[in-house]
Design a protein around this ligand. Sequence first.
Ligand code: NAP
Length: 314
Amino acid sequence: MKAVAVNAFGTAPVLMDMARPVPDAEQVLVKLQASGLNPFDWRVGDGILKGKIPHLFPLILGVDGAGVVEAVGANVRRFKPGDRVVGQFLFGRAGQGSYADYAVIDQNAVLSRYPQTLPAALAAALPTAGITALQLSQRLDLKPGSTVLIVGATGGVGSFLTQLATMNELRVIATASGGAAERMRVLGAVKTLDYRSTPIDQWMGTHYPEGIDGLVDLVSDAAGFARNASFVKNGGVALSTVWSARAEELMARGIKGGNFEAKTTSADLDLLVRTAVAGELTIPVERQITLAQVPAALAENRAGGARGKTVVVL
Ligand SMILES: NC(=O)c1ccc[n+]([C@@H]2O[C@H](COP(=O)([O-])OP(=O)(O)OC[C@H]3O[C@@H](n4cnc5c(N)ncnc54)[C@H](OP(=O)(O)O)[C@@H]3O)[C@@H](O)[C@H]2O)c1
């Protein structure tokens, strides 16, 4: 089978031929139809999980994937051959990822069934960014009518979060550079700001001198997060997905939140699948690529500028 993998931490991912994996007693073998791209994928190649879990080399990258169960191990009860499944192909060890024609996954991993009415290319965009956005929207826990600034809103997490926060009747201010404003308005943002033409603090000082109720910052470093969080009012919430929050500083100002880490679950993925199938959530796939294009797409994602989700169609 074909797969995109790295031979060592920090080396460039390449398309290579590899043996089709064989499921152990607890695993499901999935014939993948689509894989979703996340910044986490190139971080795994860089070694972000080094020392935390075992790694199998060549390390097949890719976490999110959707496809059809081809075979199951002797102890598998949750799934059977022919099931359409979507999930996170990272459980206990790294390197058996979703940028491949086939992948094995533990039956207890984050894995859900999805109906035929949902194309695999949309399902594969859901797990990591969708669940993160869902849990961020829950952590915000703000009253309807509250205002929340999302920094990094145009990417995968932000495109889901803008919609989910809007569903919770929050008023979303979304950063949107380079002509992405209309797209963010369609997803629900009531205001957009192009941080490349006007610095966020300058724009906020002009438009929201009274402050805002919430901040979700998906990109800024510690100094940038502190600047953005300075607009959050006492009693509000400020969250960083990139470990830039200093919780004690927030606490001193009466602001809840801090650094956020998603705890992905199959129950949350089930909920997202149901919400998408019901037509209440747009899965923001902006680009479809082939497996051979993955190495270049990962390099582009590292450089920034993502719009919604990029999905690999197998
Ligand atoms: N902690 C967790 O549990 C968790 C879970 C999932 C993801 N994450 C992390 O959260 C971050 C976002 O994930 P993602 O999947 O949404 O990434 P993504 O799809 O690559 O999107 C990132 C977005 O940020 C925008 N951006 C970059 N620099 C910016 C800046 N200075 N100000 C405002 N916007 C900026 C980019 O577009 P422009 O540059 O064109 O504006 C892009 O749209 C990643 O670092 C990811 O690793 C953390």
